[in-house]
Design a protein around this ligand. Structure first.
Ligand SMILES: NC(=O)c1ccc[n+]([C@@H]2O[C@H](COP(=O)([O-])OP(=O)(O)OC[C@H]3O[C@@H](n4cnc5c(N)ncnc54)[C@H](O)[C@@H]3O)[C@@H](O)[C@H]2O)c1
Length: 394
């Protein structure tokens, strides 16, 4: 087999910003044949299918109709987080491999169900946390795990988007749904990236979470106000006692020099390291203003192709799925792909823990919610039972 037959489920903003380039203009496009699309939103479905000439009889409102009607090898599930599990599980049960953009799912229960189904069906499930392919994070992982810095003690990470990302009054609207920022939080959209990165570097399980949420800017928006958090500081305690603060938000002024301003600092017993993720080394001064370009993430090349870790991260997942379909996937790689860490389990646990922390919190000042401390083992035992919790090491 030279090409995977891909069914795309959900063609909203992540497809507009990233995956359309993976599918049609990347070093991985020759491995992929996008044969069908399912999305109930007529505007988005028609935009994608008209642009890329997907025939009328391969356009579906429901993923189940698509799975019934078209021969596929793999689906990519680009639906909102709380709708990842259903289409992923249906696809795995239909004998397909599945690619999902981060986070695996909105809850531990959904994440566990997806992992269980992948293991039972023997199919591959790949989660696209694109920072896993950022060369700076890969270098940090290798150096930390060589023992060079000793024991991780405290980390501070931040990831702040321009307001236009979350503002339903901004045109064109970033998300396909006007209430995205109300139904989602900076935790589900941003914290999960940094949480996955920290876990990848230190390879430690999180045990406790507490979050503080700030809601000043979004509720003040007009004419559509958003009842949601501008920014959240999530404090994660790891098994070795180390603490990471992950500070994320989506309310930076739209005049910011980059869509996402981000960085990380890790202090360890034998040294520290800084990850200047928002200094990729390219600034332009132009009539539009002083702008930062991040070619490491997404680079529009002269020949029309698009490169960068935003593309190579999902691209490598597809390479492995194709190798598996051809009976050539290395057993160690397969095992690594099936691990709870690779499948984003611990990040889902932090996500649910942080959202629970805020839900159980109290207002400590105007617009500021001080979250409760959430014990992640208790959360896991309450949700999945002691046997499943023990399987995940709790
Ligand atoms: N890799 C990244 O950095 C990145 C960036 C943005 C979003 N994401 C993730 O991608 C996913 C989608 O986010 P988005 O920003 O594109 O959201 P979005 O709201 O812009 O788009 C979601 C799309 O899914 C469609 N959809 C909803 N229910 C469906 C169903 N049952 N079947 C088929 N389609 C359905 C919607 O109509 C919409 O077009 C989320 O999990 C999000 O966290 C990842």
């Amino acid at each position: 087999m030279d090409r995977l037959r891909v069914g795309v489920i959900g063609v909203g903003s992540v497809v507009r910003e990233i995956y359309q380039y993976l599918y049609y203009r990347s070093d991985f496009s020759h491995l992929l044949d996008i044969v069908a699309v399912a999305d109930p939103n007529d505007g988005y479905r028609n935009w994608f299918c008209d642009t890329y000439r997907i025939p009328e009889n391969r356009r579906f409102r429901s993923h189940r109709d698509m799975l019934r009607s078209v021969d596929l090898d793999v689906t990519q599930v680009n639906t909102p987080d709380h709708l990842h599990a259903g289409p992923s599980i249906d696809s795995l049960e239909a004998g397909l491999d599945v690619v999902v953009p981060k986070p695996t799912a909105a809850t531990v229960k959904d994440t566990h169900a997806m992992i269980q189904t992948a293991r039972r069906t023997g199919r591959l499930l790949g989660i696209d946390f694109h920072k896993r392919e950022d060369p700076r994070l890969k270098e940090a992982e290798a150096r930390y795990q060589s023992g060079r810095y000793g024991e991780f003690q405290v980390g501070v990470w931040y990831m702040l988007d321009k307001l236009m990302v979350a503002d339903p009054n901004f045109t064109p609207m970033f998300f396909a749904t006007a209430d995205y920022a109300q139904k989602n939080t900076p935790i589900s959209f941003l914290t999960v990236h940094m949480c996955d990165a920290v876990i990848k570097i230190v390879d430690l399980a999180p045990v406790e979470v507490r979050a503080v949420g700030y809601a000043h800017k979004l509720p003040s928006l007009t004419p559509i106000a958003v009842q949601g958090y501008d920014m959240v500081d999530t404090e994660i305690r790891f098994r070795n006692g180390a603490t990471a603060h992950i500070i994320t938000g989506w309310h930076l002024p739209n005049s910011a020099h980059a869509t996402t301003v981000q960085s990380g600092r890790m202090i360890c017993s034998e040294g520290m390291f800084d990850l200047g993720l928002d200094t990729p080394g390219y600034y332009e001064l132009h009539a539009d203003g002083l702008r930062q370009i991040n070619p490491l993430f997404k680079n529009f090349e002269k020949d029309g192709s698009v490169t960068g870790y935003g593309i190579s991260s999902p691209g490598r997942i597809y390479q492995r799925i194709l190798a598996s379909r051809n009976g050539r996937l290395d057993a160690t790689v397969r095992e690594q792909m099936a691990s709870a860490t690779a499948l984003g389990f611990y990040t889902s646990l932090v996500l649910e823990g942080a959202e629970r922390s805020l839900a159980q919190g109290r207002e400590v000042a105007r617009g500021v919610t001080g979250g409760a401390t959430v014990d992640l083992r208790t959360l896991l035992v309450d949700t999945l039972g002691t046997a499943a919790a023990a399987d995940y090491g709790y």
